[in-house]
Design a protein around this ligand. Structure first.
Ligand code: GUN
Ligand code: ZN
Length: 425
């Protein structure tokens, strides 16, 4: 159905860190949606047409839907688990909870709730770790496919250092991943991410099989974790004593490329940063998780200066909010502690076009460019009394965006569109 939506539109065509000419904004703007795509964008006066159905979102701000480049689907009931850092948190809370995804019916029920939450928070594409059980990925892909949501996901491969209930074997991990790739990769808007959880939970034999999958399916993403926590790094290096550093483990199995998403990437060596830049491997900043688990402070400016492309993500359930706005809020504070600045233009670029670039999907999502998928978020900058009071003193678009970034959450999401369909009541 061809339809027009009206509101203030904002989309980035360049990185605000690189240029002042980074965005397009229409104060009385409109977007024409047709067949799940953006057919036109511009001033309302120029786009209105007599028979075109209209939805008026004024005075709200229409942006590309948010993209979350790292989170864990089977951790929807792990979020807010008290008192532990990474390895204890995994063993105490996370692995037992992920074991429940073996149960009949659990994964499909959780998948619907997970997608409802993403949409309520304005997130239209997510890159998700599933549990070790292939049915968890099956459930997530099925539910996302039914909603026409662009999902990148994969079942975790893990064959040691965790309870039996969440382990596969090198062969099973390979076979199950392969079957899921054959079924789901490229079906509608679904994309598969080959998902070795991290080096601690994969034997060298499993890493070998992971490299095999990557060679067989070079257009799949690969997602894992890197250098999140000091104890994790020490344990990892003890398991792979021949490795020069943590990244070298992934490197030695042929995993490094611009398809690789490395969650956390906090405590990095110079060599690792250089290799990430050379190979195009992505670092993914997970601010609420890094603070919650006490992991450390991501070096955004350092990585950017070195030429590493960075995504930003919630990391549910180590992360504490589904909101990319709250993720930017905590990200801003982490960078403050490092003496770095996250400007609101850079922030909103990051959760839209920036994350799309991190995924290599910027020709389809992350902007309001004509021909791209009509995944949109409608933002209400006066969603709460406190926001409305603060907005009364805001004079610029940058100020408004910063208020959304610092004070906004799901209450600021007035509507979310997926492939041209309004998803919220
Ligand atoms: N490293 C390996 N698995 C996980 C996980 O589930 N969450 C986080 N934050 N780090 C991990
Ligand atoms: Zn993670």
């Amino acid at each position: 159905m061809r339809q027009l939506i009206r509101g203030r539109t904002l989309s980035f065509h360049a990185d605000p860190n690189d240029t002042d000419d980074a965005y397009s904004y229409h104060e009385d703007g409109a977007i024409i949606l047709d067949g799940g795509k953006i057919a036109a964008i511009g001033d309302y006066a120029a786009l209105r047409a007599p028979d075109l159905p209209e939805t008026d979102h004024r005075p709200h701000l229409i942006m590309p839907g948010f993209i979350d480049t790292h989170l864990h689907f089977p951790q929807v009931q792990v979020i807010a688990s008290w008192g532990a850092q990474l390895l204890d948190w995994l063993n105490t809370y996370t692995f037992p909870e992920e074991a429940r995804f073996a149960d009949q019916g659990h994964a499909p029920a959780m998948a619907e709730k997970f997608l409802d939450l993403l949409l309520a928070h304005g997130t239209t594409t997510a890159v998700a770790f599933c549990s070790v059980h292939p049915q968890s990925a099956e459930a997530l892909f099925s539910a996302a496919h039914a909603r026409n949501m662009a999902m990148v996901a994969g079942k975790v491969m893990m064959d040691r250092n965790a309870p039996e209930a969440v382990l596969d074997t090198p062969q099973r991990g390979y076979d199950d991943s392969k079957r899921l790739i054959e079924t789901w990769h490229g079906k509608g808007r679904q994309n598969y991410a080959i998902t070795p959880r991290f080096a601690i939970t994969s034997t060298p034999e499993q890493m070998e099989m992971t490299g095999q999958l990557v060679r067989e399916y070079p257009d799949c993403h690969i997602q894992t974790h890197l250098s999140e926590n000091r104890d994790e790094i020490a344990f990892t290096l003890s398991l792979y004593p021949q490795a020069r550093d943590y990244l070298d483990i992934y490197e030695s199995y042929g995993l490094l490329s611009d398809k690789l998403l490395l969650g956390h990437s906090i405590h990095l060596e110079e060599r690792e940063i250089a290799r990430m830049a050379e190979t195009g491997s992505r670092a993914v900043f997970c601010p609420t998780s890094n603070l919650f688990l006490g992991s450390g402070l991501f070096d955004e400016a350092g990585l950017r200066a070195a030429g590493v492309t960075c995504g930003i993500a919630t990391d549910i359930g180590g992360g504490t909010s589904y909101s990319m706005l709250q993720t930017l809020n905590e990200g801003y504070k982490i960078l403050q502690l490092r003496g770095q600045k996250l400007h609101p233009y850079a922030a909103f670029h990051w959760v839209t076009r920036g994350n799309a670039i991190a995924l290599g999907m910027q020709d389809r999502i992350g902007t309001l460019d004509v021909g791209t998928d009509a995944d949109l978020v409608v933002l209400d900058s006066r969603a709460t009394p406190a926001m409305a009071l603060r907005m009364a003193r805001a004079e610029t678009l940058a100020e408004e965006l910063f208020i959304l970034q610092i004070m906004g959450d799901d209450r600021a999401i007035a509507q979310t569109y997926v492939a041209g369909q309004a998803m919220l009541d």
